[in-house]
Write a protein that binds this ligand. Structure first.
Ligand code: AKG
Length: 222
């Protein structure tokens, strides 16, 4: 991934009306329920290799998968900066988001924008609800970095880092699949569970290995 540190704002492009957006979908929650090909991504070795290295453990767990198909010209982003930790309910902030880019991500097509170094705060601070929305005026745009990478790339980041994503008003689509992962012994604390949440695809524990085998052995693609 290369960085673009030019002056950045998430609001470079105007909002569109519902009519202008037409049938364009911004977010598809629970993507693994739509087709088993998405469920199988939970076992995708190149993704798991990076996660194992970042968590420095084989005992991390899957917790969610979302599609962000930002169509050419009309794809909408989340216009606010935030820390994901503030929207998650876990016993710790040792969680990682992985974005798989199905298309090239450029400065023009609504890239993910990061504030480097902003993850260097305590878990307790990152979990505070105030981080669900961070006004751009609170941030220095000179310090922001737009992700720029080719189709097929992965972007991995701590849930504590401040980030956002703008609209796609370019002539090409910006489709991504976002997956969320929790570190070893990091447990959910809310009443909500997502499909396949808790699977540990790299676990050395025979019980989790058995769960993986039985979960995927009858899953057909298509
Ligand atoms: O799609 C992106 O670029 C980032 C999405 C995001 O910020 C989020 O879902 O928390």
């Amino acid at each position: 991934m290369s960085a673009n540190t030019l002056k950045i704002t998430l609001k470079d492009y105007p909002d569109l009306t519902a009519e202008q957006c037409g049938n364009s979908v911004r977010e598809i929650s629970d993507l693994p329920l739509f087709d088993s090909v998405f469920a199988r991504l939970i076992c995708y070795a190149p993704l798991l290799d990076v996660l194992e290295a970042l968590f420095q453990s084989t005992e991390f767990s899957f917790y969610l998968q979302i599609g962000h198909p930002k169509d050419a010209r009309v794809g909408n982003g989340l216009l606010h900066f935030h820390r994901d930790t503030a929207n998650e309910d876990f016993t710790s902030a040792d969680t990682i988001t992985a974005i798989l880019c199905l298309d090239e991500m450029t400065a023009e097509n609504g890239p993910t924008v990061f504030v480097p170094g902003s993850h260097r705060i305590s878990d307790e601070e990152a979990m505070k609800p105030r981080w669900r929305t961070v006004e751009e005026s609170e941030l220095s745009s000179e310090n922001m970095v737009k992700a720029h990478c080719s189709a097929g790339s992965g972007i991995f980041f701590s849930s504590k880092i401040i980030h956002g994503t703008g609209h796609n008003r370019s002539d090409y689509s910006r489709r991504t699949i976002l997956t969320g992962w929790a570190g070893a012994d990091v447990l959910p604390t809310s009443a909500i569970r997502f499909p396949y949440q808790g699977l540990k695809p790299r676990s050395k524990n025979p019980a989790y290995q058995e769960q993986m085998k039985k979960t995927f052995q009858n899953l057909t693609v298509g």
